[in-house]
Design a binder for this molecule. Structure first.
Ligand code: SD4
Length: 291
């Protein structure tokens, strides 16, 4: 069995490409990297890679991560500027024994030394969006942070290996140096080939409060189906945050186990996700909201 699940509709082209390769025996790590790069390279996805949304200084700072579910190796970069494919830099970092998570200048220096492609990731379209939104925010008192999405993916290959990867520009108009859940293992992603994996999108600050990707994997390890694990973890964190803080930010999760069974849960309307398995052609669905 091979399978792949990803947050949002924006992942479907990458998932479709990667699944054609998984069918031919591609490794789960290569598949997830290929699919995330596809999203990073597409200029019209506003919150990932090229064309990503800028921070409050109008700079595109990107977060990305990669995890190998066989070895539990993790690599991550955060706040990296001017590199084309942060997911590939994160994957390369996962090969090392130490220094697996690099931020800002350190990440850029590493990427440069290791031959990764430099690229100005701020597009004219993103600049226009920034200017428009800044004005609206000032004029109408809107939240500058609205309108952000992360691509997170979990893959399973024919050999039973599972991998996870994420990539995002994070919250629109975030403070310079702000890091979200997507680069943090346990919060934005987690995968263990002996169980399954999960990955998140939504308000990083709140997703971190529940280490929610790890929590879903933990529930699957107890024997829960990915759907049940997602429902429990999302509704519990949503309820805890409401009880303690009066409200919860956006929490949306997808999960896949090592049998190719999947699940999804969200506390927002309109959360789309992309999924494909050996038995199911690549499809985009919209999740129902947990209560
Ligand atoms: C972050 N979780 O940086 C990301 C943003 C996101 O839907 O996924 N938004 O907090």
């Amino acid at each position: 069995m091979w399978a792949m699940i990803a947050t949002w509709r924006m992942a479907i082209e990458g998932v479709t490409k990667a699944c054609n390769e998984l069918e031919k025996g591609m490794d789960a790590g290569d598949a997830v990297e290929l699919a995330v790069r596809e999203v990073e390279d597409y200029p019209f996805y506003k919150s990932v890679g090229y064309g990503g949304l800028p921070n409050e200084n109008c700079e595109v700072e990107l977060d990305a991560a990669y995890m190998d579910g066989d070895t539990l190796s993790i690599g991550a970069v955060a706040g990296i500027k001017d590199f084309a494919n942060p997911v590939s830099i994160a994957r390369k970092l996962s090969d090392d024994k130490v220094n697996n998570f690099l931020v800002g200048l350190g990440a850029e220096e590493y990427a440069h030394k290791n031959g990764f492609e430099r690229k100005n990731m701020l597009t004219d379209r993103a600049k226009l969006h920034y200017a428009k939104r800044k004005k609206e925010t000032l004029d109408k008192g809107l939240s500058p942070y609205a309108g952000h999405d992360t691509v997170g993916m979990i893959s399973l290959d024919e050999k039973g290996k599972m991998c996870a990867a994420t990539s995002t520009s994070g919250l629109f108009m975030k403070k310079r140096g702000r890091i979200g859940d997507s680069a943090l293992s346990g919060s934005g992603f987690y995968v263990d080939s002996e169980v399954g994996g999960a990955t998140a999108t939504g308000l990083g600050e709140d997703l971190m409060k529940g280490c929610i990707s790890y929590e879903i994997v933990r529930l699957m390890k107890e024997g829960k189906h990915p759907q049940e694990a997602c429902d429990i973890a999302v509704s519990q964190l949503d309820a805890e945050l409401k009880r303690r803080r009066g409200k919860a930010g956006d929490l949306s999760l997808v999960a896949l186990n090592n049998k190719g069974e999947w699940g999804v849960a969200t506390n927002i309307e309109g959360f789309s996700f992309s999924v494909a398995t050996k038995d199911e052609a690549p499809t985009v669905y919209v999740s129902k909201v947990v209560n």
